[in-house]
Design a binder for this molecule. Structure first.
Ligand SMILES: Cc1cc2nc3c(=O)[nH]c(=O)nc-3n(C[C@H](O)[C@H](O)[C@H](O)COP(=O)(O)OP(=O)(O)OC[C@H]3O[C@@H](n4cnc5c(N)ncnc54)[C@H](O)[C@@H]3O)c2cc1C
Length: 276
């Protein structure tokens, strides 16, 4: 079997999917599909193609049991435009290969991420890494936007003037803010993009990187619809329980008294929201 295309993926190939105010993700290329995973997994048993139903069941079995190597046979290449602060979080996912625009070689464009009025939030009091749901007064939100915009304009004007004075681009750029947009080509296999999506689609991840993860999730779903179903079932909407949590669940099933104020109950209720 050579390179087999998937109709749903071909529809979005090379098309920019808008993310945030000026960013995008664009699927440049992909290799493989559900069929490639099945084909490579069956090499273990020397068996050929079976029915679609059996293929789907095999994929689900492999994913559920963390037999992940066949999932590394599928590869995606994306062209992304993203703010530098998002890129810093993104780059922690070490198994990808990437090539980024060079601020030493090119003059950076005056393109800065400015959040929506609605996503301006207070610092959360219970989550040190997150935003609060309390409403920020409109005047304060406007003040924040004005501050971000004027800081960007000031920094870019100084950058341009250093460039005009003939200062090296690699030096002039160091005073540009973290919300400047950068671009890269990012290539990753299916197993590792699913790991990325699990972490970055989660509500604990910062809103801005979540927006990119959500955009790429649609691509993965198009290329490998069976895998996506298993990923949603066992990973995205599934839950991993500790020994103590399983013990507590057993007590609940056996109608024993449980301390609903305990840390372990609260942890379990977070994972199994129906308990809350
Ligand atoms: C909500 C959230 C908050 C975070 N907060 C912080 C923070 O405050 N500070 C901070 O520094 N980071 C933070 N991170 C980043 C986090 O700690 C991880 O670095 C990041 O999520 C990448 O995860 P990973 O290492 O599993 O992924 P990857 O690097 O993609 O690795 C995927 C898998 O490959 C394995 N692997 C990768 N490279 C190697 C290698 N060289 N050798 C052996 N195994 C390898 C990994 O163990 C992992 O199982 C945060 C992440 C999230 C999602």
């Amino acid at each position: 079997m050579g390179h087999v295309t998937v109709a749903a993926a071909e529809e979005i190939l090379d098309k920019e999917v808008k993310v945030l105010d000026k960013g995008f993700v664009r699927l440049v290329d992909y290799y493989g599909s559900d069929a490639r995973i099945v084909q490579s997994a069956r090499v273990s048993y020397g068996a050929g193609t079976k029915s679609v139903r059996e293929d789907k069941m095999l994929i689900d079995y492999l994913w559920m049991n963390e037999h992940t190597s066949p999932f590394e046979q599928v590869v995606f290449t994306f062209h992304c435009k993203l703010p530098i602060f998002v890129a810093r979080q993104w780059i922690r996912h070490r198994t990808a290969r990437l090539n980024e625009i060079s601020g030493r070689y090119s003059v950076m464009k005056s393109e800065f991420y400015v959040p929506d009025m609605d996503s301006i939030s207070f610092q959360s009091k219970d989550n040190k890494q997150g935003r609060s749901h309390d409403e920020v007064p409109k005047e304060l939100r406007q003040k924040v936007l004005d501050t971000i915009k004027s800081t960007n304009e000031f920094a870019y004007e100084k950058y341009e003037s250093m460039i005009e004075d003939g200062i090296a681009r690699e030096l002039a750029r160091i005073s540009l803010p973290l919300n400047l947009y950068t671009e890269w080509y990012w290539q990753i296999d299916l197993k590792n993009i699913l790991h990325f999506l699990k972490l970055r689609m989660d509500h604990h991840a910062q809103y801005e990187i979540r927006e990119y993860a959500n955009a790429m999730a649609d691509t993965v779903k198009r290329v490998c619809p069976f895998v996506w179903e298993s990923f949603e079932e066992h990973t995205l909407h599934g839950a991993k329980l500790s020994k103590t949590e399983i013990g507590l669940l057993e007590s609940i099933f056996k109608n024993k008294d449980v301390d609903k104020t305990s840390l372990v109950f609260r942890q379990l209720a977070k994972k199994l929201s129906f308990l809350a």
